[in-house]
Design a protein around this ligand. Structure first.
Ligand code: T46
Length: 142
């Protein structure tokens, strides 16, 4: 996958005098069927998370509260996103390295995932990631 396969999804915001409501339906508002939801919160100042890619998993990351940065990397290019609204989701396809940092106090990162947790789906070594995407690109060129 390439950096341009990552994209911001703008969810609908339903507003009335009582406040706002955003709804996300599988395969309608997002390109995946949601099998797992998790959230990251109370991240101490200056700490970063991520630092891995997934062989098959696709995810949508949302800043439900506060803000943080996400760097995505396809092995050739990097792009930095700043997530600071609960109606924006960052879609990250398979085989994209991601790192998150600059969490504001009280930030909550909600993640919608296309599959159940499996440690064997992770590539946690950047050298291995670069080698894997390099091998994939080479076999496509052949
Ligand atoms: C990702 C970013 C955005 C579980 O047991 N089940 C789970 O569903 C998850 C996500 C994690 N874990 C365990 C595995 C580790 O022992 O929780 C521990 C912390 O996980 P990790 O170091 O992978 O956390 P992050 O914040 O670096 O990464 C997570 C997701 O793992 C990853 O898929 O894309 O958030």
């Amino acid at each position: 996958m390439k950096i341009n396969d990552c994209r911001i999804i703008n969810f609908k915001k339903i507003s009335d005098p009582r406040g706002n409501l955003t709804v996300i339906e599988s395969k309608k508002d997002i390109p995946i069927e949601i099998k797992r939801v998790y959230y990251i919160y109370e991240v101490p100042g200056g700490k970063s998370r991520g630092g891995h890619a997934h062989k098959n998993l696709e995810q949508i990351m949302i800043s439900i509260s506060g803000s943080f940065n996400v760097v995505v990397d396809d092995g050739q290019q990097r792009k930095r996103y700043y997530l600071d609204h609960p109606y924006y989701g960052l879609y990250i396809p398979r085989m994209i390295w991601r790192e998150m940092d600059n969490f504001s106090p009280g930030a909550v990162c909600l993640v919608l995932a296309s599959d159940y947790y499996s440690e064997s789906d992770y590539i946690r070594d950047y050298g291995e990631f670069i080698k894997t995407v390099g091998d994939t690109n080479e076999s496509k060129e052949r």
